[in-house]
Design a protein around this ligand. Structure first.
Ligand SMILES: C[S@@+](CC[C@H](N)C(=O)[O-])C[C@H]1O[C@@H](n2cnc3c(N)ncnc32)[C@H](O)[C@@H]1O
Length: 278
């Protein structure tokens, strides 16, 4: 098996990845991708790239496709990423949403494209603070991603020092504890926050999403930036369907629905509401 992918093989792979996961690797990534994939292909006993790529496209190649997806997804994230948006969530969005849900005591959030968990745990910390003076008995954060390795790391909730360094002191001292393991020192999210979060694998390309709404808050941040317009539109339709009528959708700082969909209205800082909401 050749070490690198030729142009035709790379095109076949790009087509497959776009269809299966919405990601279209840049031609600049051809060599890097080939190097990364070589071990996977060889471990599966494949002797040609074409054979390997065709295998990935078949239902029997699903597990190997997942391994490849885990390898290519961009999992960059951090606690309280996009600080200003989290400030707005803490100061205005959550207090007003929670006030409206006080009667039912139920609140649902969804971190869609949660990577290794920093985003849903940041939401969990904000919620625990906001709920201190309220009596809610049914609060959950669904956290989904297509990358099963990221989901495993997220569930473990165990982070090295450099990952927690940017966490504001108040949250750091209250919601993390230090754990010394043979491989070094880690910081774990406390159970109180972990218990609020449920992790599941969900691929944005596979609509309709097999999850139950409505969600009061959806974060779908720094994910659609990698997708082409038709898939973005498909995702937005699903987010709209699953968001409560007066719910709130947060996108990433550099993402916008302008020219993609007019079902949502921007209220500032990449925070959206449904257009027809009161
Ligand atoms: C850059 S991270 C963003 C993490 C977090 N939302 C944030 O803003 O910090 C993008 C995440 O989207 C996930 N992702 C990429 N394609 C996906 C797909 N088709 N379905 C679900 N998740 C996907 C990746 O696995 C990755 O964890």
């Amino acid at each position: 098996m050749e070490e690198g992918l030729n142009e035709q093989e790379f095109e076949l792979l790009r087509h497959l990845l776009r269809k299966k996961v919405g990601i279209t690797p840049h031609p600049r990534k051809r060599d890097l991708l080939g190097r990364k994939m070589l071990a996977l292909a060889k471990a599966g006993g494949h002797s040609s790239w074409i054979g390997y790529i065709r295998h990935l496209a078949r239902p029997s190649g699903e597990a190997d496709l997942r391994a490849l997806i885990n390898l290519i997804t961009i999992d960059k994230t951090s606690f309280f990423r996009g600080d200003r948006q989290f400030e707005i969530l803490r100061e205005t969005v959550l207090p007003s949403l929670l006030a409206r849900r006080a009667g039912s005591g139920r609140f649902r959030a969804w971190s869609a494209g949660c990577s290794s968990g920093q985003e849903p745990y940041s939401v969990a910390m904000l919620l625990l603070e906001a709920l201190r003076s309220l009596s809610f008995n049914d609060v959950k954060i669904l956290a989904t991603d297509v990358d099963s390795d990221s989901l495993k790391a997220a569930w473990r909730a165990r982070y090295p020092l450099e990952t927690v360094q940017g966490v504001p002191d108040y949250y750091f001292s209250k919601y993390f504890f230090k754990e010394t393991a043979p491989k070094g020192t880690f910081f774990r999210v406390v159970d109180q926050a972990r218990k609020l979060v449920v992790f599941r694998r969900l691929n944005f390309t596979a609509t309709p999403y097999p999850i139950r709404g409505p969600f009061d808050l959806i974060l779908c941040r720094n994910v659609m930036i990698y997708f082409k317009a038709p898939l973005k539109r498909k995702i937005i339709l699903e987010l709209h369907r699953l968001l409560a009528e007066d719910g709130v959708l947060c996108l990433g700082g550099s993402e916008s629905l302008l020219g993609v969909d007019d079902r949502f209205v921007l209220t500032g800082q990449a925070i959206y509401r449904k257009r027809d909401a009161a």
